[in-house]
Ligand binder design. Structure first.
Ligand SMILES: [Zn+2]
Length: 97
């Protein structure tokens, strides 16, 4: 997606999230990775964009820059679940559904 600079940041954020979502509807990113991918100024800008995506229903609440929570109807369960860097904070409401 490197050549998609013309797409709005929100669209790119959601695309990255949906492309990477695992079986538990988590999309994990390394620290600072999303800010870099989205070519945003800093972590605050990234968090603002994530908050907007949550508000608009593209992502589920409790998403963070290292873990985006994708609406469950998006994932196709083709990939095995991965460990969540945010720990158990938001796992309870995802696993088992
Ligand atoms: Zn996670």
């Amino acid at each position: 997606m490197g050549s998609n600079a013309e797409l709005p940041p929100l669209t790119r954020l959601v695309s990255y999230a949906y492309a990477r979502a695992d079986k538990n509807s988590h999309a994990h990113f390394r620290r600072g990775e999303l800010t870099k991918l989205l070519r945003l100024k800093n972590r605050q800008a990234t968090n603002r964009l994530i908050a907007r995506a949550e508000r608009d229903g593209w992502l589920r609440k409790d998403s963070g820059s290292e873990c985006l929570l994708v609406p469950e109807h998006i994932t196709d369960h083709a990939y095995p679940p991965s460990l969540c860097p945010r720990g158990n904070e938001h796992d309870d409401d995802v696993i088992g559904k």
